[in-house]
Design a protein around this ligand. Sequence first.
Ligand SMILES: Cc1ncc(COP(=O)(O)O)c(C=O)c1O
Length: 366
Amino acid sequence: MTTRPIHGGNLNWAAQLAGCSPSVILDFSASINPLGPPDSAISAIQRGVSSLQHYPDPNYSQLRERLAPWHQLSASQWVLPGNGVAELLSWAGRELAQCDRVYLMTPAFRDYTRALKAFGAKMSFCKLDVPQMLNQVEYRHDFVIDNPISDNCGLILNNPHNPTGQLFSREKILPYLDKFALVVVDEAFMDFLPPEEQESLVGDVENYPNLVVLRSLTKFYALPGLRIGYAIANPQRLQQWQQWRDPWSVNCLAAEAAMAVLDDAKFQTQTRDWLQTARSRFYQDLKQIPGLTPIPSAANFFLVATEMPGSQLQAELLKQAQILIRDCLSFPELGEGYFRTAIRQPQDNEKLQQALLKVMEKQQIG
Ligand SMILES: Cc1ncc(COP(=O)(O)O)c(C=O)c1O
């Protein structure tokens, strides 16, 4: 048996537990848009095949020139494409490690500590109060980060927050830019919100040289296997990152697909419409299941408090229904008391709801 995964989406591990082939598993563990990838991305990748015999442009000028106006930035140098947010976190981690201490909100996406540990950063963890959220019906949430120990400290925030799905207001984040020497805001899931509801800090980057915003194209456009994301930050900082990394981190197919999906307004609208309807229905359905309490979410996933240990529930669902949810054992603050589930198409959500109902009712009777 391979070791328990620390990220979602590990179908080989799940298939071993379920005793089936990986292709049979219905995956709710990775929070990927079920409507994608969009046709625009697939066509761009097909077109891009003819450029495989060339190295990509190491400056990614064309892609940067598309991304900058898309975010109303004054010049393309404010954007740096990366091999997913995960790659860019490494360079953010290298810079943050130069701070006296780096503050993180927990529970946190596991890759933050990977990147920080790789460069020997000293870390402080500030706990987001998850249990209190169980009583509220709103996904907007307040948070508090401890005061930094010096004027040379770093901060990593994630908005909307994985795994809780909470959305923090831009106004609540801004004061931390005056307190911390370097602030990295991971907005990997921000695209799932309608533009008027987004709380992005992209528009503040040109005013704050100590701000880095990270955006991913892998969740919203369902391209996790392609690897594409970007950082928005001060051009000098991004130039430094470029000098640290290998010259061609982003492959030419990923660059082509990224340019194509930016203009795909139809897919963007379809996704936001699907999410709004599917999320509220799935929330109501999950709430009806004895022993489970879903937490309202601004994103395309729910954190769910469970009376049955999360890893046991995960194993039961795999064996009985070949469905994979994300246990929360790799978030030490959550442990066995929670699981996370993606929001998928209504018919899939219903399959999970039925399977959960069966397992949880059996436990209540037993
Ligand atoms: C909060 C958060 N940031 C970043 C990532 C990684 O994104 P990418 O696929 O762009 O590397 C993930 C993936 O799960 C995530 O949950």
